[in-house]
Each structure stands twice: as structure tokens, then as C-alpha cells.
Design a protein around this ligand. Structure first.
Ligand code: MN
Length: 513
């Protein structure tokens, strides 16, 4: 038995858990060792190393003792003669429920044809509705499996697991706000799926790091002097970008690798929100900001609750620099996600605390409960759920799911083509609003229609859904040759400058029926 692994875990948990909790963890280590007895992993090492590493990942984000114990026991029902009853009896119902939730999922986890994948994912989400910690433990499990994926000799199997990780677990980690785990899952999968691209980008990043150690430090110093002159105290850290994040940008923006990997990033951590905006003002005053790059995720957080100010400036030596400005609390959340919301010293229950903030998961589970085809469901969530979306409601309470920045026009078309075609105005949350407004999560939208109204061509550039755009085009095509010609021309230009967003909104609406 590898005692140093156990020591590392115990040292880690002792920094934030009390003695009785640590004792229970020791008991679970013992239990897991006995249960997994002589089992070995693919690599030949003792199996029990795996649950211990999983527990360590959970301890690194300072999760509670029940999660850590469940991490230690997560494979016992699945792979050994241990029964759920026995775990209930020794460790109590709470841990029993968590381990049980993880067991059901495991049975499906490596069968990655779409049907099984959908089913697996569905089960994971359903188990998590009882307790969100199920997802966190599953993410830690997957992270350790990805760290050790080289033990498999089958290239095909590795690729299958990496693909599943990239498509399901990394977005899930993102949704839980666990950015560090997400980054590592993505990077490990990227290594399996496209190692050539990864190597290339990594080489470039290493060059920058080596070459620019001085400039990294000198820019840090320049920042800190500037902030000090303005009476701001900040912690400044250089930010290393991951090869995968750069790869994603290269794909999306179709610009060169050099352009993206040459930009260096900094994180500025300040005392409070007021100081964050002050610092932003100072940076923008000192250097030109790059248009279109400023994002205020403090006043409007991401769906996963992430908060920070993002900007890019042409900084010292005319070097493009990305800057993220945040408070310590926001920084903690960005690193640990949902785990940072749980205060281990309070007696508050984990689930009651987190549910309020994770309504999207509840919504998702409600949607999947209405849908019986797991394959269809998987496609749908993969396309829709992990893009930035907004959920809006009809006055009668039906959920309409739309992409970020969608308008009431998109909403009208998502409900029914006829409503879109005849829309003349709308109310958002009871207030008369423009059809061009941007919708937000939870908005209730009432569309006013008029029989003899036609949809406006000016709507096309502001709509965000394929359905709205194609319906407007279709409407005008039906309006005779001359007009149709005009529409066609108009649309061609728009199509190039604003490529239609592929989405299956027609289907989604039916699904939500
Ligand atoms: Mn496992």
C-alpha cells in the first residue's frame, strides 16, 4: 500500500476538517482498501490508489467530509462485494445515498455509443438532483481517470473516453463553475484527441514564457506601481493560457495561432467591487483598450455565476494584454466553483444552499423527464444546454429556450411561426418593451400580434435563431417575384456577415411542448 498517498490526503483534509471527520476519513480509507483488496488498475498499481486520488482532488477544492468519504467508496458497490446496505450501516444514509448515486452511473460510463451516452448522462443528472455533490465526485473520478488514461493500450478506447470527457464532463465542470477542473479535463482530452495541435501550441506558449519572463515580471511591476499611485492594493498574477483555450479561439475566430498565443494575460485581484471598477478605469486611461474585448461579468455574471471584469489593452511596449479584474471572493469562485459556496464550518446543508443557485439543473431535469428518447435528449442538451442560453417563459408558464442575446422576435418564432410573422409588440415581465430587446433568464414574454402585419426585414440582423431568420425569409419569398429577389439579395449579404446559428429550435420547442 502506498502510504504516502494516504498521508498526503490526511495532511490535506486536516487543514480544514476537524478530528472526528478526519478519523471517519481514515476509517473509509481502511474500508476501501479492504474492499478493493487485491484488485489492480490497468496500470498494474493497487486499485485503491484510484479512490484515494479521487478523494484528494475533492480535498483540494475543500469539499466536506461526506464527499471525501464518498469519493473513497465510490467504486466499492460497483466493483466489489460491498453492498449499499453495508455502507448505509457503517457510514450513514447521506454517504450511502451519494455512493449509490455514483454506482448507477458507473455502469454506463464507458459505453459511448450515443444511446448509452445519453442514458448515462441522464442518470448522472437525475442522481445529482438529489444531491449536487454526486456531480462533483463524478468529475473528480473522471479527472483521475483522464490523468491515468495512458494506461490503456487501445487508442480507440482512449479516444472514446476523451471525447466523452470533452463533450460532457468538461462542459459540466464549466457549468458548476469549476474552471480549474474544466481546464485540466479539456487539456487531458485534447492531448488524446489532437496531440499534434496541442504540442504545437504548447511549444509556442513555452517560448513566450521563457522568452518573456522579464517582460511578464516587468509588466506586473508596472501594473502594481500604477495601481499603488492610485491608492489601490492588488495582487497581480500572470495567467497561463491552456493550449486548448487557444486552439478553440483559433478555430472560432479564424485568425492565426501567433496572433492569439502572443497575447499575455494577467489577473488583478482587489479588495472589493468598487476597487475593481477603479482599476479598470485606471487601465483604460493609461492604455488604449482593444474594442469589443471589454466584458463586465460583475454586473452581469455568466450563467455559471462567474464574475470578473475582462478587458484587453495595448499595454507597455505596445503589447496586447488581456486583463481579468476580480475580488478575492470572485477569484475563489472561479477556481473552486460551486464548492466555494459551501462553508464547511456552517451547519447549513449543502443541498439547500446550492439548489437556489443551480436552477438550470432543475430545469434541465424537468425537461429530460418529459422526453423519453435518451439519444434525442443527449443531442439536444449537447447543442443547447452548454451554450450560453436563456430560459424564458410564455405567460402560461411554458419554457422557451433561446440562445444568449435572443430577442422577443426569436421568442415569438420559437412559440409559433404565425406569432412571429404577425408580432407588433411585446411585454417583458409585464412591461411594454421593444421587440428588439435582449432577453434574460426567467423573463416572461407576452407577444402582441396583429393579423395584417408583416415581419420586418430589419429584424433579420438582430435575431439570434435560425428559425426566426428562415421564417422571415420564407414569408417574403412567398410575397411575389420582385420582392423575393430583393429579399434574396439582402439575405445573401447578411448570411455572410452574420452566419446563421445552427440550432434545433424547432425541435426544442416540440420537446418542451
Ligand atoms: Mn472510479
Amino acid at each position: 500500500m502506498e502510504n504516502h498517498k494516504i498521508n498526503e490526503l490526511i495532511t490535506l483534509v486536516s487543514t480544514y476538517l476537524n478530528k472526528s471527520e478526519v478519523d471517519l476519513i481514515l476509517k473509509a480509507i481502511d474500508f476501501s482498501q479492504t474492499a478493493h483488496n487485491s484488485q489492480v488498475r490497468q496500470s498494474g498499481e493497487p486499485f485503491v490508489n484510484h479512490p484515494i486520488e479521487v478523494a484528494k482532488i475533492l480535498a483540494e477544492i475543500k469539499l466536506d467530509s461526506s464527499s471525501i468519504i464518498s469519493g473513497l467508496l465510490h467504486d466499492t458497490i460497483e466493483d466489489t462485494t460491498t453492498t449499499a446496505k453495508k455502507i448505509d450501516k457503517i457510514f450513514g444514509n447521506e454517504i450511502g445515498m451519494l455512493v449509490n448515486g455514483l454506482t448507477k452511473i458507473n455502469k454506463y460510463s464507458l459505453k459511448v455509443n450515443n444511446l448509452k451516452l445519453g442514458e448515462n448522462y441522464r442518470k448522472l443528472l437525475l442522481a445529482s438532483t438529489k444531491d449536487l455533490r454526486v456531480i462533483l465526485i463524478k468529475l473528480a473520478d473522471r479527472l483521475h481517470n483522464m490523468r491515468t488514461i495512458d494506461a490503456f493500450s487501445s487508442e480507440e478506447k482512449k479516444k472514446r473516453i476523451a471525447k466523452e470527457t470533452m463533450e460532457i464532463y468538461a462542459p459540466l465542470a464549466d457549468r458548476m463553475g469549476m474552471h480549474r477542473i474544466r481546464d485540466e479535463l479539456e487539456d487531458l482530452s485534447f492531448k488524446v484527441l489532437n496531440n499534434d495541435a496541442r504540442k504545437l501550441i504548447k511549444k509556442r506558449l513555452d517560448e513566450i514564457k521563457e522568452d518573456k519572463v522579464n517582460s511578464f515580471n516587468s509588466i506586473s511591476l508596472e501594473f502594481s506601481v500604477l495601481l499603488n499611485q492610485n491608492n489601490l492594493n492588488a495582487e497581480i498574477v500572470g495567467r497561463e493560457k491552456t493550449p486548448f483555450s487557444i486552439w478553440k479561439k483559433v478555430q472560432k475566430k479564424r485568425i492565426s495561432l501567433e496572433q492569439i498565443s502572443d497575447i499575455i494575460g494577467f489577473r488583478i485581484i482587489l479588495k472589493n467591487i468598487e476597487d475593481c471598477y477603479k482599476a479598470l478605469g485606471i487601465f483604460h486611461k493609461e492604455w488604449n483598450c482593444i474594442p469589443g474585448r471589454f466584458k463586465d461579468y460583475i454586473s452581469s455574471p455568466k450563467i455559471n455565476k462567474y464574475q470578473s471584469l475582462h478587458t484587453s489593452v495595448i499595454g507597455p511596449n505596445r503589447r496586447p494584454i488581456e486583463i481579468q479584474i476580480r475580488t478575492m471572493q470572485m477569484h475563489e469562485f472561479a477556481e473552486r466553483g460551486i464548492a466555494s459556496h459551501w462553508k464547511y464550518k456552517s451547519s447549513e446543508k449543502f443541498d439547500s444552499l446550492t439548489w437556489k443557485e443551480y436552477d438550470w439543473l432543475k430545469d434541465l431535469v424537468e425537461i429530460i423527464n418529459r422526453n423519453e428518447n435518451p439519444e434525442h435528449f443527449f443531442e439536444y442538451t449537447k447543442l443547447q444546454m452548454f451554450q450560453e442560453n436563456v430560459f424564458c417563459f410564455t405567460p402560461k408558464g411554458s419554457v422557451i429556450k433561446l440562445p444568449k442575446n435572443a430577442t422577443p422576435i426569436d421568442f415569438a418564432y420559437a412559440v409559433h411561426t404565425k406569432i412571429g410573422d404577425t408580432a407588433i409588440g411585446c411585454e417583458i415581465n409585464g412591461k411594454t418593451s421593444e421587440l428588439q430587446s435582449i432577453l434574460h433568464n426567467g423573463d416572461i414574454i407576452k407577444i402582441t400580434t396583429s393579423k395584417n402585419k408583416s415581419p420586418s426585414l430589419h429584424w433579420i440582423p438582430i435575431t439570434k435563431t435560425g428559425k426566426a431568420r428562415s421564417s422571415i425569409r420564407k414569408y417574403w419569398h412567398a410575397k411575389g417575384e420582385e420582392k423575393a429577389q430583393r429579399v434574396k439579395k439582402y439575405n445573401t449579404t447578411l448570411w455572410i456577415s452574420l452566419p446563421d446559428q445552427p440550432g434545433k429550435l424547432g425541435e426544442v420547442t416540440t420537446l418542451l411542448g
